[in-house]
Write a protein that binds this ligand. Structure first.
Ligand SMILES: Nc1nc2c(c(=O)[nH]1)N[C@H]1C(S)=C(S)[C@@H](COP(=O)(O)O)O[C@H]1N2
Ligand SMILES: [Mo]
Length: 257
């Protein structure tokens, strides 16, 4: 597959977590024929090492209001040359997403279609956290949204459920942005579907109308402009099968900080 956004690809190698996976990642990005099983093994070891370290599921650090970044950068915005909103996005944004619905389907007993108003009426968590992008910047922002754990419990997961897939309303060089979490991360207490940023409605540049915050993982896992969530038992049949558009293009699926 043709790589997307090559600058990111070059930089991710430098920012990958400190294991042999970093070197493998670099190779994969520049030499597509690198042995995939070896790469997968490296990633699994990296992930299990991190999971072991995180076995008591810490909370990401939360900051004070006076520590908010004055200017929170944005990445993958619709202003970028290679990013296109879905047809209809601008119209929905103009009417403050009144016709937008979040659909949740897949391995759930109670699929829903929720409006932004519905989501705003649900329980909310507010957290001030640091966002770290693999391109080398970070910023502190305040995010408000529905806890995924609360939502997933109400949806009643079926026993086969293993991953939560998030679909976004933007395309990067023509490919639909999507990504995923396993249930462990989906149920983490700081995993929220954010509709608020710094005390205001979530702006377009930060992912309006709804974006994911999973505070134990790096920037590209914080998916923006979500309009569909699907609960699945396997990621293999989605996209190129690596769990997300960024992952399909060489990023790690488990991108713990
Ligand atoms: N739908 C979508 N989500 C996305 C992206 C994107 O291009 N499209 N970029 C990711 C990356 S690389 C980062 S660093 C963060 C940036 O979030 P921000 O623009 O709110 O700072 O969003 C992530 N989520
Ligand atoms: Mo990023």
């Amino acid at each position: 597959m043709k790589p997307i956004i090559s600058r990111r690809h070059l930089l991710i190698a430098g920012a990958a977590t400190a294991t042999g996976a970093a070197a493998l990642k670099w190779k994969r990005l520049t030499e597509p024929d690198i042995s995939q099983p070896l790469l997968d093994l490296g990633e699994r070891l990296n992930m299990s090492a991190q999971r072991l370290a995180l076995r008591d599921r810490p909370l990401a650090h939360e900051y004070r209001l006076d520590q908010l970044s004055i200017d929170h950068p944005s990445n993958g915005g619709f202003g970028a040359r290679y990013v296109d909103p879905d047809p209809g996005y601008d119209r929905m944004a103009a009417e403050r997403f009144r016709s937008w619905r979040l659909r949740i389907d897949g391995l759930v007993r109670r699929p829903i279609a929720a409006s932004l108003e519905d989501l705003r009426r649900m329980p909310a968590r507010t957290q001030i956290t640091m966002h770290s992008c693999d391109e080398g910047w970070s910023a502190i922002g305040q995010w408000t949204g529905v806890p995924m754990a609360w939502l997933l419990e109400r949806l009643e997961l079926m026993p086969r459920a293993r991953f939560v897939v998030f679909y976004c309303m933007d395309r990067i060089t023509g490919q639909q942005v999507y990504g995923s979490l396993d249930l462990l991360d989906a149920f983490h207490p700081q995993t929220i579907l954010a509709h608020g940023f710094n005390g205001q409605a979530l702006p377009v540049r930060h992912g309006a109308p709804l974006r994911l915050r999973m505070e134990l993982q790096i920037g590209y896992k914080q998916l923006k402009h979500i309009d569909r969530i699907s609960v699945v038992d396997s990621l293999a049949a989605i996209g190129a099968g690596r769990g997300g558009l960024f992952e399909d293009n060489g990023y790690q699926w488990y991108a713990g900080l």
